[in-house]
Ligand binder design. Structure first.
Ligand code: PLP
Length: 405
């Protein structure tokens, strides 16, 4: 399959319909939705809408088959051993909370969970809450000067009490990709599990959870060109099988009596109540589409734009880029500070130029503080981003400085 950025952009209705034209560079917060997901969701609701699992009429069977097909597509995208390893959640945050509650319930006081100072709050606060509930110990890997997770510290910080290393696969602030092989080798040395928060990685291509040799993977649909309100927790089959339920309700049980209940096998054990069925179907459609794309060409396109953006920002003495400034092991997410200017003001002025940028702490306060800041501007590139989008940002920055200084 060849890759034509212009033709591909036409597959994202909002970008085509936006008037005046939109330079959307807030993709790390939410990407625009691909037409395959929109069509799958509307077809589902028009022709197959019914509750799943429990019905025996034909519509319920069609809806159940579509939902399970979406699970199979997610499993294929992640190279999971079986679809039963895929749990649908409302998003990455819910997936991470599920692990912190359920896997967390198997931990004992004094057991350790290793995080890093680069984590999104979604992979930090649930573990702090678990620390309150169960008396576990949290350890935080420090950061290098350019804001990467400092894996050189891993060996000294790991102890035999470590049960889990939970890290971001890619930082939502710096775009830095974590060296997973080093983490997994260290974790195996002490018998710890490995969780990756893939919220910022999956929009840049399929993931091979078996190849990575990890135990948990979490991501959200709305950041990978799919619907919102839906996400995935993947967990290694034997790990998932040993985890107790998190939420209770319909669909996750076997026998229920007033005295107690038995529980379904995974993944149903972790999908209490009616799930976001149409959204799951939409996510399945977009993951099937993503699985077929020519990723080498897309990466080259995204990297070319990243190079242009980094060069434009580096050419200005009042701008500091947070994080790695090379193209090695990073995704096209770039946060930067403009001396003396508040990110919210910067984003407001850029909005007048039709440029959508994000400003704030990006739900990663420890990482932002590492750079001595309260907030930063962030531009994030997607497969449909064009050179014109990058140039509109760089031109807009001249106006930002003229207006705000
Ligand atoms: N993890 C990372 C690295 C993120 O960037 C985000 C969202 O920005 C999340 C987790 C949480 O995702 P969601 O809000 O879709 O649950």
């Amino acid at each position: 399959m060849s890759f034509d950025p212009k033709a591909l952009r036409a597959e994202f209705p909002l970008l085509m319909l936006a008037q005046p034209p939109l330079h959307y560079l807030d993709n790390a917060a939410t990407s625009q939705i691909h037409r395959s997901a929109l069509k799958a969701m509307s077809d589902h609701d028009m022709f197959q809408r019914a509750n799943i699992m429990r019905g025996t009429h034909r519509l319920a069977e069609a809806a159940t088959a579509a939902y399970e097909d979406a699970r199979a597509r997610a499993a294929h995208f992640l190279n999971a051993a079986t679809p039963d390893e895929v749990v649908f959640t409302s998003g990455a945050t819910a997936a991470l909370n599920l692990v912190a509650h359920s896997f967390g319930d198997t931990l004992r006081p004094g057991d350790e969970v290793m995080l890093s100072l680069a984590e999104h709050h979604s992979n930090l606060v649930p573990w702090q809450l678990l620390r309150e509930r169960r008396g576990i110990v949290l350890r935080f890997l420090p950061l290098t000067a350019d804001g990467r997770i400092d894996l050189a510290a891993l060996a000294d910080m790991l102890t035999p009490r470590c049960r889990l290393i939970a890290l971001t696969h890619c930082s939502n602030v710096t775009g830095a990709i974590t060296d997973v092989a080093t983490v997994v080798a260290a974790a195996h040395g002490v018998g710890a599990r490995v969780l990756l928060d893939g919220a910022q990685q999956v929009q840049h291509g399929p993931v091979d959870v078996q190849g990575l040799d990890i135990d948990f993977y979490a991501f959200s649909g709305h950041k990978c060109y799919g619907p919102n309100g839906i996400g995935v927790l993947w967990a290694r089959g034997e790990v998932l099988a040993a985890m107790p339920p998190f939420l209770g309700g319909g669909g996750m049980v076997g026998e229920v009596t007033p005295e107690g209940s038995t529980f379904a096998r995974p993944p149903q054990r972790f999908e209490a109540g009616t799930p976001a069925i149409a959204q799951a179907v939409g996510l399945g459609a977009v993951l099937a589409w993503l699985s077929m794309l020519p990723w080498r060409a897309i990466r080259a396109h995204e990297n070319e734009l990243l190079r242009r953006l980094l060069a434009g920002l580096r050419g200005r003495s009042d701008i500091r880029i947070l994080g790695p400034v090379d193209l090695d092991a990073r995704q096209p997410v770039v946060s930067f500070d403009i001396a003396g200017l508040h990110p919210h003001d910067v984003c407001q002025v850029l909005d007048r130029h039709g440029v959508a940028l994000r400003g704030g702490h990006h739900c990663a306060q420890p990482l932002i503080r590492h750079f001595g800041l309260d907030g930063a501007n962030r531009a994030s590139i997607a497969m449909y981003t064009t050179q014109a989008d990058i140039d509109a940002l760089l031109d807009g920055l001249n106006d930002v400085v003229a207006v705000l200084r």
